[in-house]
Each structure stands twice: as C-alpha cells, then as structure tokens.
Design a protein around this ligand. Structure first.
Ligand SMILES: *Cc1c(COP(=O)(O)O)cnc(C)c1O
Length: 383
C-alpha cells in the first residue's frame, strides 16, 4: 500500500468535543464577539479555581502572559533574567521585549528542566559580585514541573522574583500543587498544540493582586478609568476574545481526561519500546505527576543502531510527525552571544531526544504504526 494512503499522524493536534462547539455557538449567538465578555470572566474564575491561584487573567497568548510577567514585576532595560536554555523561544523572547537580557541555565537529568544546583551557584556568584538578576523564569517542559523546592529556596534567599512558564504543563502537579502556582506568577498557553487549546490564548495567574491588576490593565491598552480614553502608560492589546474563552471553558472541563489520555500514550510507548537498547524515556521524579504532554525519549545510536534523525525520517516517510527535543536557546543564532551556565545536558537532550506523536485523540492503530517503525530500526539482535 503506498504511504500516502495512511492518514497523517500529528505530533499534538487539537482535540475538541461537542461541548466546546456548543459553548462557541452560544457565544456567537449572544453577539459577544469581542475581547472580554461573560465567557472571559467565567474562564478566569474557573481557571484560577482549577489551578489554585488567587486570580487569573485571560490573554491572547502564552507569550503575552510572559511579557506581562516581565512588566508586572518591573523587569527593565539592562536587567538580567535567568531562564532555562532548554525551552521554546517564546520564553527568552519575552525577556527581550522589555529590554532585559536572558541568561541561560542548563537542564538536569532528573527532570530535563532548570538545574536547581546550577541556579544556586549562579545566584550565589552573582550575589557576591553584586549582579543579581531581576527574575528567574523556570520552564516546565513537556508537561513536567521543575524541581521547585530548591529553586524557590534559592530565589527567596536572594530576593529574586520567580516566574513559572507552565505553557506546556497545565494539569501537572508538584508535591500536590498545580503547575503554574509554584512561582510567584504562572504563565499558560492555549495554543493549538497544547494539552487543551482555544486555537490560541494564554493565562496569567498570581496570588499577588497588585501584579494581577497591573497585568490586566496593561493587557487592556492601559486604559485609565475615565469615559474618554485616558492613558498614563503604554499598553498592549493582549486580552482574550470571548469566542475563544468559550472554547477554552469547554476544554478546561475535560483537562483531567486529556491528562489521562496523554499519560496512557506514554505508558503504551514505554511498554512497547522500553526493552530496546539505547532507548530512554524522559524520567518522572517522585516529586510530582507529569501530564506527558509529549512523550519524549532519547536514543543512543551506538546501542540502538540508528540515530534520532534516522528514526524521525523513517516516521516522516510513513506520514508520521515527530520532532527533535527543543534546540537549546544558547545554540540559537539569535542568542549565541548570551551567557550560559553549563549547557552539555541540554545539548545532549537536543542531539538525541525525540518527541513522539502524543495527541489525546491518538488511536491504538496510530500508536502501533509508530512503534512498528521504531522497532524496525533497532539493532537486529534486539528485536
Ligand atoms: C507554547 C509555549 C509558549 C508560548 O505560548 P503561545 O500561546 O504559543 O504564545 C511559551 N513557552 C513555552 C515553553 C511554550 O511551549
């Protein structure tokens, strides 16, 4: 059978249900076709309650949430902000939007996220030199929380603001607390590839009401209270549309199901591929529960018999989308001049890491196609 006859299997496609459609049509029919509206207000309340934050601000994107986190906490031109090198560019981009400089920290093996020991070293050295950063942005990659206890401890000791980029980790927990509430501000995304989506959108959460107020104000063109339009600051058009908020509300209602489905994908792959030499799955430390937003693994070519790229291309030839693990920020042409502490762990994860199709609507047949291809590339003696 020619390959084209297979439908394409995507990495992480949107997964919506009739409830989202109903809510969207309800919003449409109510004529609240605007940024803001009853669904936005309801979504903010429901979201804050779901993750256990005092307040939430619904926004046009996760990147907008990160930008507002910089502005709300007063990160300014010339400031340094420490962040994970292994992340999506939006994290580092948002730091540059306010004229600050991203300074990168390597991952650790236990979480693939920001290494708490390297962070502590960096902060201690900078404290001695009188060069503390304004903030730390810790990123929860692929549905897994950073090891926040030591990270929080270091930040508190030095009085540095801790922001959590939880764009990939909605639904994950750390010591029973929700991703996005482990720093002083949490940023989420409802982009099309995330665990739940509204096609686009983001959320800013915090227990600091002053920061929440500031974020909401700046996101609404910084309009001062007056019937005429009065402005005493530069603002942004970052609020979420009422139509998208309707979709997001429906999606939020099925979050637990989506987490269970993503975790089931992971368990299936691990069971079916875990015996192959040179294959290692992204670990899940006992400190929390990951969502397995994406199932990620590393491939040791010497032991497995093929490289990560061989596997990716073999999947692509069968119309299956997979992706390398994020390319670290310190290797990106746009950021090569910026400081990096460590870097070899993230470089290794990038060189050998692969994200397998992980959608919550992935079928048994799709998963079987994936594992058959991966197994066919393993060393003969291993199969
Ligand atoms: C998706 C993502 C973002 C950005 O979210 P958008 O809603 O696409 O702007 C930020 N950080 C990380 C780690 C992400 O994966």
């Amino acid at each position: 059978m020619p390959d084209q006859e297979f439908h394409r299997v995507y990495l992480s496609p949107p997964h919506l249900s009739p409830r989202e459609r109903e809510l969207l049509l309800e919003a449409f029919d109510s004529n609240w076709i605007a940024p803001l509206g009853p669904h936005v207000d309801a979504l903010e309340k429901e979201f804050a309650q779901k993750v256990g934050a005092a307040e939430a601000v619904a926004l046009s994107s996760g990147t907008a949430a990160l930008h507002l986190a910089m502005l709300a906490t007063g990160v300014a031109p010339g400031d340094d902000v420490l962040t994970s090198t292994l992340t999506f560019a939006a994290t580092a981009n948002a730091i540059t939007y306010v004229g600050a400089r991203p300074c990168f920290i390597d991952s650790n093996r236990a979480t693939w996220n920001l290494d708490p020991e390297l962070l502590a070293e960096e902060l201690d050295e900078r404290a001695s030199a009188g060069k503390l950063p304004k903030a730390v942005v810790a990123v929860d990659l692929y549905g897994q929380c950073c090891d926040f206890e030591p990270i929080r401890e270091s930040c508190q000791r030095h009085g540095v603001v801790l922001i959590e980029d939880a764009a990939e980790a909605l639904g994950a927990t750390y010591h029973g607390r929700s991703a996005g509430t482990l720093g002083q501000i949490g940023c989420f995304s409802f982009n099309g590839n995330k665990i739940i989506t509204a096609s686009s959108g983001g959320m800013f959460v915090s227990d600091r009401r002053d920061w929440v107020q500031k974020a909401r104000h700046l996101a609404t063109q910084a309009r001062d209270p007056a019937v005429h339009y009065e402005h005493s600051q530069i603002g942004y058009n970052y609020r979420m549309s009422n139509l998208l908020a309707a979709i997001a509300r429906g999606q939020l209602g099925v979050l637990e199901e989506r987490v269970a489905q993503r975790r089931a994908n992971f368990a299936y792959y691990q069971e079916a591929l875990g015996d192959l030499p040179g294959i290692e799955f992204m670990p899940e430390p006992p400190t929390g529960c990951a969502t397995r937003w994406l199932t990620c693994l590393t491939i040791d070519p010497a032991r497995f018999g093929a490289t990560r790229e061989d596997v990716r291309l073999a999947l692509e030839a069968q119309n299956i989308e997979s992706r390398p693990v994020w390319k670290p920020m310190h290797l990106q042409p746009v950021f090569t001049d910026l400081p990096i502490r460590g870097g070899t762990v993230a470089e290794d994860l990038f060189a050998r890491g692969l994200c397998l199709p992980s959608g919550s609507s992935l079928t048994e047949e799709d998963r079987r196609r994936v594992i058959d291809i991966v197994r066919s590339l393993a060393k003969r003696s291993a199969v």
